[in-house]
Design a protein around this ligand. Structure first.
Ligand SMILES: [Zn+2]
Length: 264
């Protein structure tokens, strides 16, 4: 029995309605897809490098109060530095991660810190003179930041590598002939050994690096060997990076104590 309240639709008409509804759905779907595509095309590209860390405010009073320290994460941008033997991660990324931990530990002790970079970038300019190599300009700009910022001290952070995978252990370098830099390097070397207990205990050494030409105490810290499997793993861990930061800042603190004794 047919329900009299239900409109009777002839079969061919129902078919037409169905086609119309499907057509509408396809049209709406298409419009939505175009809208989504347009949104994707016009929205800014996602950030591919680290978000700049905010500048940290030094503790009001601490053992390093009144001291301005330039912390230089080595390499960056076009210059990756060395490469982790197992993970393939570039040295520049590890340098930055450790340098930010160094900054944190120094600031907690009252120091003001100038960072040469906070993201994955080099310090080259677009209109570089033709005679100046990229690397040279990059290095000159790092040195200029220390001079312009009246830094009392320079800490350049790097990772070491060697063809033999057996080599390991952090090592600090200073400029030959600079007794203050030599003392600073010795203090940081001891602090790295006592704070990290590396398998191989190295000694601070004189080294010929561009960043060490400054008059103020300056050191280049090779935090460990990324060519050594066990040490690479350590250097990639945030916990170890934080411990490196603490050990390096502790070394700076010890240097100031010894320097003050020497000055008396
Ligand atoms: Zn390096």
């Amino acid at each position: 029995m047919a329900d009299k309240h239900r409109p009777i639709v002839p079969p061919h008409k129902a078919e037409r309605y169905l086609t119309l509804a499907v057509g509408l759905l396809v049209l709406i779907g298409g419009l939505l897809a175009v809208a989504a595509w347009r949104k994707e095309a016009t929205s800014p590209a996602p950030h591919t490098h680290e978000t700049p860390a905010p500048t940290l405010t030094p503790a009001p009073i601490g053992p390093l109060s009144g001291l301005t320290i330039l912390v230089d994460p080595g390499h960056g941008g076009y210059d990756g530095g060395a490469r982790c033997r197992d993970s393939g991660i570039w040295e520049k990324h590890l340098n930055l991660a450790v340098a930010l931990e160094v900054e944190k530990s120094l600031v907690q002790r009252g120091a003001s810190v100038i960072m040469t970079r906070r993201t994955d970038e080099d310090l080259c300019e677009e209109d570089r003179p033709a005679a100046l190599t990229k690397k040279r300009q990059d290095m000159q700009n790092r040195v200029a930041m220390a001079v312009d910022g009246n830094a009392h001290m320079v800490l350049s952070i790097h990772m070491n590598e060697y063809r033999s995978r057996a080599e390991s252990g952090p090592q600090v370098f200073y400029r030959e002939g600079s007794s203050a830099s030599r003392l600073l390097a010795g203090c940081i070397q001891s602090s790295l050994i006592s704070g990290l207990s590396p398998r191989k205990e190295r000694v601070a050494m004189a080294g010929d690096y561009f960043i060490l030409q400054l008059e103020v105490p300056s050191v280049l810290i090779e935090c460990g060997f990324i060519s050594n499997a066990a040490e690479e793993k350590l250097l990639l861990s945030h916990d170890y990076q934080a411990r490196l930061g603490e050990a390096i800042a502790g070394g700076v603190e010890e240097y100031l104590r010894l320097d003050a004794i020497g000055a008396q």
